[in-house]
Each structure stands twice: as structure tokens, then as C-alpha cells.
Design a protein around this ligand. Structure first.
Ligand SMILES: C[S@@+](CC[C@H](N)C(=O)[O-])C[C@H]1O[C@@H](n2cnc3c(N)ncnc32)[C@H](O)[C@@H]1O
Length: 396
């Protein structure tokens, strides 16, 4: 066995021993080197599942966390091949010390030790999912009818509760990747904010959880909702949170760093994206719905006609064509764009999210323009709301 393999084996032996003798506190794997480019970290900690000891493994991806619980020996079998291969950094925290296995650029490991400094966690019960919003968010969650006065989720509001927390989790990942300014408070707009669930959540995430001062503005066409939300913002002491009556189309911002528009119907999503692009927002997050604009224009290949005679396929098809064009237009406008499921379709059908982070590289290249035009030509799309507002010629 080489010296390098010996160090890795020593680390694995210490990991195994700590899990078996109960001194294991947690394990953090970093410096990902595996095939999955979205994977950032893997965290392991002890938990009890139905009274039996387990290890909870959390795969932290760019946009989401995937958690699986394993019996201890299975967890060790899962972790061992990843250390030194998929991850080039491993920190093992036990009640007695910290062991760090770090690989350099040549792939050579170094094993070092430090003091413990960690309390043993209490795995006595299945812990509730770690939420980013804290008890400080309870006043508005209660006032908006999501939770009761004791903090439990109100009947019928479980999906909304889940959606709020999932949104904050996604936002935390997106914000970490976006080139947000650090020298001044962030300027954030939530367009078509409705009752303000996600606007309050965004404000609390930045101002309270991430400790980044942020002015958050909700824009909403219905004045009664604006009034309700402004009153609630005042009553709960959210000085940096405000709601403005008006349409997305007429909203104007001197500075805008983050643009959010979830479930703004049909072309209201395009209006919101256009505002974000025009203001040079570093991060644009939309979850489109009711993609009607293109339905009458779509002329896909004749081979698809019998399938598209089914209403649901025609609807999905229009959603796809619309959101694909939006994503490509954002790429052309200088954004790196990701499209992913926001929450499972089990909870809502409106679950596609388009997240765009402004890149430092070139924008409006001919190569990106060609991708947009080719997709529009494929579907016979001659005009589209976002293209119009970005003065992009679809070339038909
Ligand atoms: C389906 S709700 C979504 C609310 C919130 N964004 C969410 O996801 O929980 C859509 C909201 O957008 C508002 N809205 C739709 N079109 C708008 C527009 N053009 N300008 C401003 N508000 C708009 C509606 O009044 C409604 O309250």
C-alpha cells in the first residue's frame, strides 16, 4: 500500500471507529471532483430513526439538498469510496478531536488533527428538517394564516409552508452564486407578490438569516393585498420591507439586484424578466404559469399533430416552448440560466423555476441569438413578449 493509501485508510478507520464507539459528531466532505458538476458537499451526522441509530447523509447540490438516512454500517460503505475520489476534502468531527484529510492539486493526501470543539448532537429523535427561516418569522406566518398561534402548520397550509421554506433554501443557493454587491444594501423586487408569503420570506432570509441588509419591495396589482402586507410589515417591524400598488409593466427601479416573480400569469412573467434584465439585476428568479401567449402561434412538426390533439399535451407543449425561449433569451441577454423543478409536482403543477445569474462574460452574442431564432423558427413563433421587450428580432 502506498503512503497515500495508508493515510486514507487511517482516516476511514477513524471514521468507522467513531461511528461505532459513539464519538462521531459529524463529517463534512468538500472539494467535489466527481462527475456531477452540481454537487458541492456531502454532510453526515448521527440521527435516530424509529429508535435505531442511523447516519443522515445530505448531498448538497447547487440548487437543492438530497437527504438519505442509512444504518451506520451502510452509511460507512456509502461514504468510503467517495473520500479521496468524489471529494478531495474530508473533515471528521468527533467528541475528542478533528481529523482533516485534504488532497492537494496532485492528488496527494495530508492528514492533520485539531482539537474537538464540538458538542455531541442529540440524535434522540427524528429531527425536523432544518429550516432556514427561524422563529422570528412566526409573526407574519401566523398573520398570513400559514401557522397557528402555537407555531404548527395550519390545516390546508402544508403545501404553502413547504413552498415558502423550499423557496428560501433555493434562494440561499442562488444568492451564493450571484454577483451581488456587498458594499450597500441589496435592492430586491418581488413582482406579482400576491399576499406576500415569499416577499416576507425573502426579506427575512436576507435581513435576518444571511445578515445581508436588503430592501425588499413587493409589487402587486391588487391594492387590498398591498395594504394588508404593508400593515403586516409595519406591525412585525420589517422596516426594509414595503409593498407598492401597481403593475409589473409600470414598475420602475433606480437599482435592482434581485428580481423575483413567482406565478405571475402568462406574459406578466416576461414583463418581470424584462424589468430585471433592463435594470441589470444580478439574479432573476421566476416560476412562470399560464403560458398562453404562444399557443395560437405554435406550428410544430406535423408528426406531433395527433399527440397535440390532447389538450394536456398542447398545454405542456406551449409551456415548454415559452419557457425554453425565455431561458434562451436570458442566455442571450448575458445570464447563465438554470431551469429546474421548484417543488415536486405532487404539491403544485406550477413548479418550473427559471433562475438566471448575470455572468461576467460577453452578452448578446450571435451564437446565442442564433439559438433563440432557431427555436422560434422550429415552432413558427413570430413574436413573443420577452423578445419584444428586449428588442430581440425573432427573425421571421
Ligand atoms: C398567483 S399569484 C402569485 C403570488 C406570489 N407571487 C406567489 O407565488 O405566492 C399572482 C399575483 O400576481 C398579481 N399580478 C398578476 N399580474 C400582475 C401584473 N401585471 N402586475 C402586478 N401584479 C400582477 C395578481 O394580482 C396576483 O396577486
Amino acid at each position: 500500500m502506498t503512503d497515500e493509501a495508508i493515510l486514507r485508510e487511517q482516516f476511514l478507520a477513524q471514521l468507522g471507529a467513531s461511528v461505532r464507539d459513539g464519538s462521531f459528531v459529524r463529517l463534512t466532505l468538500g472539494k467535489p471532483r466527481g462527475a456531477d458538476a452540481t454537487l458541492r458537499n456531502l454532510f453526515a451526522r448521527p440521527v435516530e430513526v424509529r429508535g435505531a441509530p442511523h447516519l443522515s447523509l445530505v448531498w448538497r447540490h447547487e440548487r437543492q439538498d438530497i437527504t438519505k438516512n442509512f444504518p451506520p454500517e451502510d452509511a460507512l460503505t456509502t461514504l468510503a469510496p467517495l473520500i479521496g475520489a468524489d471529494f478531495h476534502s474530508a473533515h471528521l468531527f468527533t467528541t475528542t478531536r478533528l481529523a482533516q484529510l485534504e488532497y492537494n492539486k496532485k492528488g496527494e493526501p495530508r492528514l492533520t488533527y485539531g482539537p474537538a470543539g464540538e458538542e455531541k448532537p442529540d440524535p434522540a429523535h427524528d429531527r425536523p428538517k432544518q429550516r432556514l427561516l427561524t422563529g422570528e418569522s412566526q409573526p407574519w406566518l401566523q398573520a398570513l394564516g400559514v401557522t397557528t398561534s402555537t407555531g404548527s402548520v395550519r390545516e390546508g397550509m402544508a403545501d404553502k409552508h413547504r413552498q415558502i421554506h423550499k423557496f428560501v433554501e433555493i434562494l440561499s443557493h442562488l444568492a451564493a452564486d450571484a454577483a451581488l454587491p456587498s458594499h450597500r444594501p441589496l435592492e430586491i423586487a418581488d413582482m406579482g407578490c400576491g399576499k406576500g408569503y415569499l416577499t416576507f420570506a425573502t426579506s427575512d432570509y436576507f435581513n435576518l438569516v444571511a445578515a445581508r441588509a436588503a430592501h425588499v419591495r413587493g409589487i402587486e396589482a391588487r391594492p387590498e393585498l398591498v395594504e394588508l402586507c404593508n400593515r403586516l410589515a409595519r406591525e412585525t417591524g420589517r422596516a426594509r420591507l414595503s409593498f407598492l400598488p401597481g403593475t409589473i409593466e409600470s414598475a420602475a427601479f433606480a437599482t435592482l439586484d434581485v428580481l423575483i416573480a413567482l406565478h405571475a400569469c402568462d406574459t406578466a412573467t416576461d414583463d418581470a424578466i424584462a424589468k430585471g434584465v433592463q435594470a441589470g439585476a444580478a439574479l432573476i428568479v421566476v416560476a412562470p404559469c399560464c403560458q398562453k401567449e404562444l399557443r395560437a402561434q405554435l406550428h410544430p412538426a406535423p408528426v406531433l399533430a395527433p399527440a397535440l390533439a390532447h389538450g394536456i399535451f398542447a398545454e405542456r407543449h406551449a409551456e415548454f416552448a415559452t419557457d425554453a425561449l425565455r431561458a434562451l433569451l436570458l442566455e442571450w441577454a448575458g445570464y447563465d440560466t438554470k431551469v429546474f423543478e421548484f417543488i415536486s409536482t405532487e404539491h403544485t403543477a406550477k413548479n418550473i423555476m427559471i433562475a438566471a445569474t448575470k455572468r461576467a462574460g460577453p452578452a448578446r452574442t450571435e451564437a446565442d441569438a442564433r439559438k433563440v431564432r432557431e427555436l422560434a423558427a422550429f415552432y413558427g413563433v413570430k413574436t413573443q413578449a420577452l423578445a419584444r421587450q428586449l428588442y430581440f428580432d425573432l427573425g421571421q
